[in-house]
Write a protein that binds this ligand. Structure first.
Ligand code: ZN
Length: 261
C-alpha cells in the first residue's frame, strides 16, 4: 500500500496575489501533491484552511501517514483544537513535514516549544543548499549541493531545539547561512523542517526540491500502528503492581483517583 500523504495548504496568497497565483495555479498544496504523486510509493492528497475543520477531521488524520504543512499569512486562523489534534497524531506516530514559513505555524511551535524565530530578507537571492548528512534517506539521490536561483533569505539564529540531524545547510547570496533541513522526533512521530518555499518563487517546481519532499515523506512514514491514548496518565493501583507491594506513608490521592492536569 502506498504511503498516504496529505499536503495541507493555507491557500491564501494563491487566491489573493497575482504573482503567486501565476506560479501556483493549482495552489502550492496542489503542486506539492502532484510532485509527490510522481513517486509510485506515495499517494498524496490535499487539505486547506478553508475546508471544514481545515480539511483535517479526526477520521482523516487517522488514515494519514504523513502530513505536510505550508502556511504563512493565516497561522492565527488555524483552530487550536485542530492544532492539538494534529499534535496528538504526531505523538502517536504520524509523520509531519513543516515547510518554509510554517516555522511560525501553531503546530510547529507547539511541537518545538521554542519561539521558532529567525532572520529574513525578501530579495530574490540565490540559495545554495548543501547536503550535510550524506547517505541520509532525505538526501537520497541528491548532488552534494544544489542551487535555487531565487529564494527568500532565512538566517540564523533559528530559535528551535537542537535537531536530531541537520540534513541541509543553506547559504544565501547576501552571506547568511541557515540550518535548512532539520529532523526531530516527538513521541512516535518523525518531524522534518525544510526551509525553501517562498510563495513568490517557483521553488516547488524544482526537481531537487521535489526529490527532497518525496524522500522526506518516505523517511517520516512510521509503518507501526498508531499508538493509542498517548495523552492518558493512568493511576496504577497498588494491588496491580508486578511485585507484592504494601502501601505506606501519607497519600494525596484516593484509590482510583485521576491526577491533576
Ligand atoms: Zn516566505
Amino acid at each position: 500500500m502506498p504511503i498516504r500523504a496529505v499536503v495541507w495548504g493555507e491557500n491564501v496568497h494563491e487566491q489573493t496575489n497575482e504573482t503567486v497565483a501565476g506560479i501556483y495555479p493549482r495552489g502550492i498544496h496542489g503542486t506539492i501533491a502532484a510532485a509527490l504523486n510522481q513517486d509510485s510509493s506515495i499517494s498524496a492528497k490535499t487539505a486547506t484552511l478553508q475546508q471544514p475543520e481545515h480539511g483535517l477531521p479526526e477520521a482523516r488524520l487517522a488514515e494519514t501517514d504523513v502530513l505536510l504543512w505550508w502556511g504563512h499569512a493565516a497561522h492565527g486562523e488555524v483552530a487550536d483544537a485542530v492544532v492539538e489534534r494534529v499534535a496528538e497524531h504526531v505523538w502517536s506516530g504520524m509523520g509531519l513535514i513543516v515547510l518554509h514559513s510554517g516555522h511560525f505555524s501553531k503546530i510547529f511551535k507547539r511541537l518545538m516549544g521554542t519561539p521558532c524565530s529567525l532572520t529574513w530578507r525578501e530579495a530574490g537571492e540565490r540559495e545554495r543548499l548543501w547536503v550535510t548528512t550524506p547517505g541520509h534517506k532525505i538526501a537520497d539521490g541528491l548532488p552534494a549541493y544544489f542551487e535555487l536561483e531565487h529564494e527568500e533569505m532565512y538566517g540564523e539564529p533559528f530559535h528551535v531545539p537542537e535537531p536530531l540531524e541537520t540534513v541541509f545547510i543553506g547559504w544565501f547570496q547576501g552571506g547568511e547561512v541557515f540550518r535548512a533541513g532539520l529532523t526531530y522526533r516527538r513521541g512516535a512521530g518523525k518531524i522534518f523542517y525544510f526551509q525553501p518555499g517562498h510563495e513568490t518563487y517557483p521553488t516547488y517546481h524544482d526537481h531537487n526540491i521535489q526529490r527532497v519532499l518525496q524522500n522526506a515523506v518516505k523517511w517520516a512514514h512510521n509503518p507501526a500502528a498508531r499508538l493509542s491514548n498517548v495523552t492518558d496518565a493512568p493511576n496504577r493501583p497498588t494491588h496491580e503492581a508486578l511485585e507484592t507491594l504494601e502501601e505506606r506513608g501519607p497519600k494525596l490521592h484516593k484509590p482510583g483517583e485521576g491526577g491533576f492536569r
